[in-house]
Write a protein that binds this ligand. Structure first.
Ligand SMILES: *Cc1c(COP(=O)(O)O)cnc(C)c1O
Length: 385
């Protein structure tokens, strides 16, 4: 029996931090009031929600009134795109995004296309970075929104968000960023970066699943995604997820205090693992940019090896990772992100994503390196038979 359990898939979701869990418990037990109620029970719940709102706002330099709690990153992304399509219909029906967005953006854009909107999907270079002059050239007098993710969930590439914000502002176009991969991990300042809308998700920063937030700049046009009661200042109906929100607030508070030191530690472990892999295993290439990259992300292609076989063999050794190969992408299609950075079919099939996190240890990294080396050699020798 194998008792080893090593989690290296933190881009997919992160474990709930124990401190977050403890913050949530009272709101799943004795403090159960509806925060919209005026009595003591309601006020106790409301206090927790408002405290969390301040913590989330502080993390991104927003005002608490600019934060709307949602069910996660996907809802926040849907809400912004569909709201802006609706509120800015008069101005035009053109939206600019990128080819490497999360499906929460891409599939919403496809829905809008089917309903008469025009979408420009900006290409990216081999690092996964958009070209700012291409962005500027894509802008027309019908452009109502620019939506560019802060960091990519597969290859970890970080976009020049501040410069994109400047371009959007210069042309008086609303700017949204899906910052699900960076909030709680990298510094984000919505004011300095000229961001009008920002999506974030609790379960990517050691909070609970099913809770997220949307930053809506004060004064930006917004039509609710979910209509009903007057919750969230009439921007998102339905009784709020008090425990989830309390958890997100605590996760934001912890991140604000700890992310800088945490990044130093994670980056060191990541670089050690990556350097060991690149120097000790032949024919491995790094996908994405070495510098403009999330500190916890490794995405490599291992020549002559199937991503799927790799994942299964790693899983057998107790190691959880991910791949952009056709099977594991879930749709039978290889990753649109790896395709967009120009990878050959073989490199897409042999891709492996390893994402470290708060609880990753050096011992785990060492074990992972040796396991990966052994597995690669074994799979390659089978393939050559
Ligand atoms: C995880 C993720 C999402 C979706 O967030 P959910 O809270 O799971 O809906 C959206 N965008 C990016 C970049 C992500 O990594």
């Amino acid at each position: 029996m194998n008792h080893i359990k090593i989690y290296l898939d933190n881009a997919a979701t992160t474990p709930v931090d124990k401190r977050v869990f403890e913050e949530m418990v009272p709101y799943l037990t004795e403090i159960f009031g509806n925060p919209s109620s005026v009595h003591l029970f309601g006020r106790e719940s409301k206090k927790a929600v408002e405290k969390a709102r301040s913590s989330v706002a502080e993390l991104i330099n927003a005002d608490p009134e600019e934060i709307v709690f949602t069910s996660g990153g996907t809802e926040s992304d849907n809400a912004v795109l569909k709201s802006t399509a609706f509120t800015c219909k008069e101005k035009g029906g053109h939206i600019i995004t990128t080819a490497i967005e999360h499906h929460a953006i891409l599939h919403t854009c496809e829905f809008l296309e089917r309903n008469g909107y025009k979408i420009t999907y900006l290409p990216v270079d081999k690092s996964g970075i958009i070209d700012l002059s291409q962005l500027e050239n894509a802008i027309t007098d019908k452009t109502i929104l620019i939506s560019v993710m802060h960091a990519n969930n597969e290859i970890g590439t970080i976009q020049p968000i501040e410069k994109i914000g400047q371009i959007a502002k210069k042309h008086n176009i609303l700017f949204h960023t899906d910052a699900v991969q960076t909030i709680g991990h990298l510094p984000v300042d919505v004011k300095r970066m000229n961001i009008d809308f920002l999506s974030l998700s609790a379960h990517k920063l050691y909070g609970p699943k099913g809770t997220g937030a949307l930053y809506i700049k004060s004064g930006a046009p917004f039509e609710p995604f979910i209509h009903g009661g007057a919750q969230e200042n009439k921007r998102r109906a339905s009784t709020v997820n008090v425990s989830g929100i309390a958890g997100l607030g605590k996760a934001a508070e912890i991140a604000q205090k700890e992310y800088e030191e945490e990044n130093i530690r994670i980056r060191r472990l990541r670089d050690k693992l990556l350097d060991d892999i690149l120097s000790e295993i032949s024919n491995v290439t790094l996908n994405g940019d070495r510098e403009m990259r999330l500190p916890n992300n490794i995405n490599i292609s291992i020549k002559g090896v199937e991503g799927e076989s790799l994942l299964l063999a790693l899983d057998e050794k107790g190691i959880a990772a991910s791949s952009g190969s056709a099977c594991s992408a879930g749709s039978g299609e290889p990753s649109h992100v790896l395709n967009s950075i120009g990878l050959e079919k073989e490199a897409m099939q042999g891709s492996l994503r390893i994402t470290l996190g708060r609880f990753t240890t050096e011992e785990e990294i060492n074990y992972t390196f040796f396991s990966l080396k052994e597995i690669t050699e074994k799979l390659r020798s089978f393939a050559s038979l």
